[in-house]
Each structure stands twice: as C-alpha cells, then as structure tokens.
Design a protein around this ligand. Structure first.
Ligand SMILES: Nc1ncnc2c1ncn2[C@@H]1O[C@H](COP(=O)(O)OP(=O)(O)OP(=O)(O)O)[C@@H](O)[C@H]1O
Length: 227
C-alpha cells in the first residue's frame, strides 16, 4: 500500500467579507498518496487557492483536520509550523514571484538563508536545483534576462531547493505560451517520476490537467473526481 502524503478530513474554511461569510471549502475530504501528481480544477472563486494555502500550512482551516507528510498541522505551534513549512512544502506561483534584482542563483538560495547550512552547502544545493530544472547555464542571470518559461524554472528550483516532499503549484503554466507550458509540465512530471515528489497543481487548462495522474474538480466546497 502506498504511503499517504495528504489526508484532509472534514476540512472547512470560511472568510468574513463585511457582513457576509464566504465558505469556499465545506467538510472536504481528500487523500493524496505520496508521489501522486494531482490536478485541481474548478470555477473562479471555488476555493482552489484557499485549499493550496491550507495544504501548505500558510493558512489554517476553520474546522477539520489536515495531516500532511505525517504531521497534524493543527498540533504544531506557530514556530514549528514555520519550520515544518520550510522543510516540507515548496510553493510555485503563476507569476513566479522572483526578486527582480537578484540573480537566478540568489533567488533559489533565498529559502536556505534562514537555515543552518554553510555557504558551501547552500551553493551545492542551489546548483543541484538549477541543474535539475536545466538552468545551470543561467545561474547568474536576473529574471529580466530570462524568458517566462525560464523564470518559472527558477521558481521551481527555488521550491525544490530545500528538498520538500510536497510541491503545490497555483496555475504554474497560466502565463506561458504552449511550448513553454509543455516543458514546465514535463518537468513537473519528471519530479514525481524521478524524485517521488507529490504535486498538487491548480489549473484552468485541461491540457495541463491531462499531464497529471488524477484530476479533481472543486464544486460547492467539495472535491469531485472528473469523469
Ligand atoms: N483572505 C481572504 N479573505 C476573505 N475572503 C477570501 C480570502 N481568500 C479567499 N477569499 C474568498 O474565498 C473564495 C475562494 O477564493 P480562492 O482564491 O480560493 O478561489 P480560486 O478557486 O482559487 O479562484 P481563482 O480561480 O479565481 O483563482 C472567494 O470568494 C474569495 O473571495
């Protein structure tokens, strides 16, 4: 039996918006085995980003339990949760969120600067991550000197540099042309196949979803298997 990376039980999330309460996620259950590449689809405002934020420990549920990579997140103190996040989850954004004045190397090194690794260890990790995404020859370029697809590769290297078991990606191909998107999807697939990473990817694009092992549809706060 395969190990479970994500177990959500009865997870709800509500936000107060003025005098109304919005509940994008309601009593949601989700199991994701280790090494799965899962796509999440659903209409705008259906709670996809909210779910990614819960899975990555950035936000906490209003009700329900989340066990991710063996940790029950609600039981962690704020300090332990921050540490857990740094070691267990890499976040990939649609618009890359790279620091424009830093080189690719420096952007990828950022998540390691708060840790205890020596400069030499950091350099090895950063070079390994940039090599994994095929950008070893662009290490000293700034984001402005790279294409969108290359910027997303740098962002993926940054998400990978601490070697987390889980990657969450919010529309990672949403701002890319077809060819660059295909390359990013191939890279994500390789990360699950070759490194055993678990990936949860939000997408509006059926082509991107087709690259995943499984697609779930978020509707009315619940996840439905796509037929
Ligand atoms: N921090 C917040 N405070 C208040 N409301 C929020 C907050 N974050 C999300 N919401 C609301 O929760 C609902 C779900 O938002 P979410 O961003 O998760 O949807 P989504 O499916 O990712 O949408 P899209 O496809 O447009 O990115 C929306 O109604 C949104 O306005």
């Amino acid at each position: 039996m395969s190990e479970t990376m994500i177990q959500c039980r009865g997870v709800s999330k509500s936000y107060r918006k003025g005098s109304t309460v919005v509940t994008p996620l309601e009593a949601l259950d989700l199991d994701v085995p280790k090494g799965e590449f899962l796509a999440l689809m659903g209409p705008s405002g259906s709670g996809k980003t909210t779910l990614l934020n819960l899975l990555s420990g950035i936000d906490s549920p209003t009700a329900g339990s989340l066990v991710i990579a063996g940790s029950e997140l609600a039981k962690l103190s704020q300090r332990d949760l921050t540490r857990w996040r740094a070691g267990h989850v890499g976040y990939i954004f649609q618009l890359y969120h790279l620091v424009p004045v830093l080189t690719a190397f420096e952007n990828v090194e950022l998540p390691l600067l708060l840790g205890t690794l020596s400069k030499k260890e950091r350099r090895e990790r950063v070079e390994t991550a940039l090599t994994l995404v095929g950008l070893e020859d662009r290490m000293h370029h700034t984001p402005g000197e790279l294409s969108g697809g290359q910027e997303q590769r740098v962002a993926i290297a940054r998400a990978l540099v601490a070697d987390p078991p889980l990657l969450v990606a919010d529309e990672p191909t949403g701002d890319l042309d077809r060819d660059s998107a295909t390359k990013i999807l191939d890279l994500l697939r390789a990360l699950t196949r070759d490194l055993g990473k678990t990936i949860v990817m939000v997408t509006h694009d059926p082509r991107a979803a087709a690259a995943a092992d499984r697609t779930l549809h978020l509707e009315k706060g619940q996840l439905l298997e796509q037929s």
